[in-house]
Design a protein around this ligand. Structure first.
Ligand SMILES: C[S@@+](CC[C@H](N)C(=O)[O-])C[C@H]1O[C@@H](n2cnc3c(N)ncnc32)[C@H](O)[C@@H]1O
Length: 358
C-alpha cells in the first residue's frame, strides 16, 4: 500500500471556543461527519502530537464538561478537547486529523481505525483501535476493560491455553468459576459439573479444590455423546449430538488430579450415584432446557448453605432453554439469580432456616 492509499493528514490551525473544554475547528474537503441519521459515520481520527485522542463520536456535553481528548466530527466541524484540557490555541501542540482513503461503509471505518495506528503504537492505542474497529463492524458487541490483572496470572493463563488454545472467549468464565470455588473454604461438600466436554472448566474446578483447604471429590456428568435432543424451549441454535467429545480426552486433561470421578450417560440417569452427598459448588453447562432443569432440581437441594450453583449458559441468546430452566426453578424460591457480565448465572444457596424466618 503506498502513501496515497493510506489516506491523508490535515493540519488543524483554527480553533474557536465551544464552551468548557470544547473547541471547534472548521473542516473542509473531508468525508461527511456524524449526523442524526448516521451518528457514528465519521471515519476521521484526531491526533495530538501524533497520539490518537478519543473517544471519537463523543457527546458534545461530554467534550465540554469532561474533555480529556474527547472529540466529535459533527457535520462539517470538529468539536475537540485537548488531552489535558488545555487551550489548543496556545498549548503549542500539533493537532492533525487523519482522513482514511477507504472512507465508505463499516469495513472502511474499521480499516481506518487500524490504519490510523502510528508506528510504535502503545498497547492502549491498539486496544482503542480494535474497539473502534469492532464498533464499526459489529456495533452490538462490547469489548470490556483493558489492563485486567488476571491476564498476567501465569499459571492460570498457561493452563487455559493448554486446554483452549488461543481462543479466549471462555477465559473470564473459567476465571470466575475458579475464584468462586476458591472462596468456599468455609463450606463443606463436594463439587459437581453437569456438562464436561473436554474437561476445561473441570480442570479449573479441580485446581480450585487443590488450592482450597478441604478434601473434596469432583463429580463429572456427561453423555460424552454431545447434546441431547433440543426441545421447544431451546430455539434453533443447537442440534442433537453437537459438542461431542470422547471421555478419554476429558480424562486425559484431568489426569494429574486425584479425587475426580466420571459418570457417563444422559442426564439425569447417573445422578442417583451421588444422591447421598452434599455439595459446595455445582457447575451446570449443558446448554439445553431439560438437562439444565434436571441438574438444578437434583443438585440445588444438595447444596450446602453458602454453596453456589453457576449456570454457564444463563446469559446467552443461544441458550434460551437454560435460562428458562433457571428462571422457572428459582421463581418461587428465596434465592436470586445473579446475571454476571460473563453470561453466567450465579445462585448462592441461602440457609433454609434463615430464609424461612424472614
Ligand atoms: C458446552 S459443553 C460443556 C463445556 C464444559 N463445561 C467446559 O466449560 O469446558 C456441553 C456438554 O454438555 C453435554 N450434554 C448436553 N446435553 C446433555 C445431556 N442431556 N446429558 C448429558 N450430557 C449432556 C455435552 O455432551 C457437552 O459435553
Amino acid at each position: 500500500m503506498d502513501q496515497a492509499d493510506r489516506g491523508r493528514l490535515i493540519e488543524l490551525t483554527r480553533f474557536a471556543p465551544g464552551g468548557g473544554h470544547c473547541f471547534i475547528a472548521p473542516l473542509a474537503d473531508v468525508p461527511p461527519g456524524d449526523r442524526e441519521e448516521d451518528p457514528f459515520g465519521s471515519p476521521l481520527v484526531l491526533f495530538e502530537d501524533g497520539i490518537a485522542l478519543g473517544p471519537p463520536h463523543s457527546l458534545h456535553a461530554g467534550i465540554r464538561e469532561a474533555g480529556g481528548g474527547r472529540y466529535s466530527h459533527w457535520k462539517d466541524s470538529l468539536y475537540l478537547s485537548a488531552s489535558d484540557n488545555s487551550d489548543p490555541r496556545v498549548n503549542r501542540r500539533r493537532y492533525q486529523i487523519y482522513v482514511p482513503a477507504v472512507r465508505s461503509g463499516a469495513v472502511g471505518r474499521a480499516l481506518a481505525s487500524l490504519d490510523a495506528l502510528a508506528e510504535g503504537y502503545t498497547p492502549a492505542e491498539a486496544y482503542a483501535a480494535v474497539e473502534r474497529c469492532l464498533a464499526a463492524l459489529y456495533p452490538a458487541a462490547k469489548i470490556g476493560e483493558d489492563l485486567k490483572s488476571f491476564w498476567n496470572e501465569r499459571e492460570f493463563i498457561t493452563a487455559y491455553r493448554m486446554l483452549a488454545g488461543d481462543n479466549y472467549r471462555a477465559l473470564e468464565r473459567k476465571w470466575t468459576v475458579y475464584n468462586l470455588l476458591k472462596a468456599l473454604d468455609s463450606v463443606a461438600g463436594d463439587v459437581a459439573e453437569c456438562g464436561v466436554y473436554n474437561g476445561a472448566t473441570a480442570y479449573f474446578l479441580a485446581l480450585g479444590i487443590e488450592r482450597g483447604g478441604r478434601r473434596r471429590v469432583l463429580h463429572l456428568f456427561d453423555s460424552f455423546a454431545g447434546l441431547s435432543q433440543p426441545g421447544a424451549a431451546d430455539g434453533s441454535f443447537w442440534r442433537a449430538g453437537t459438542l461431542a467429545c470422547p471421555e478419554e480426552v476429558a480424562r486425559g486433561n484431568l489426569a494429574r488430579f486425584s479425587d475426580v470421578r466420571f459418570y457417563r450417560g444422559w442426564i439425569p440417569v447417573q445422578f442417583p450415584a451421588v444422591a447421598g452427598r452434599q455439595f459446595c459448588f455445582v457447575h451446570v453447562d449443558v446448554d439445553l432446557y431439560q438437562p439444565t432443569r434436571d441438574s438444578v432440581e437434583f443438585f440445588f437441594p444438595r447444596l450446602q448453605a453458602g454453596g453456589m450453583l453457576v449456570c454457564d449458559d444463563y446469559g446467552f441468546d443461544s441458550c434460551p432453554g437454560a435460562r428458562r430452566a433457571l428462571d422457572e426453578y428459582f421463581a418461587g424460591r428465596p434465592e436470586r439469580i445473579v446475571h454476571l457480565p460473563t453470561g453466567q448465572g450465579l445462585v448462592i444457596k441461602l440457609d433454609p432456616r434463615a430464609a424461612a424466618a424472614n
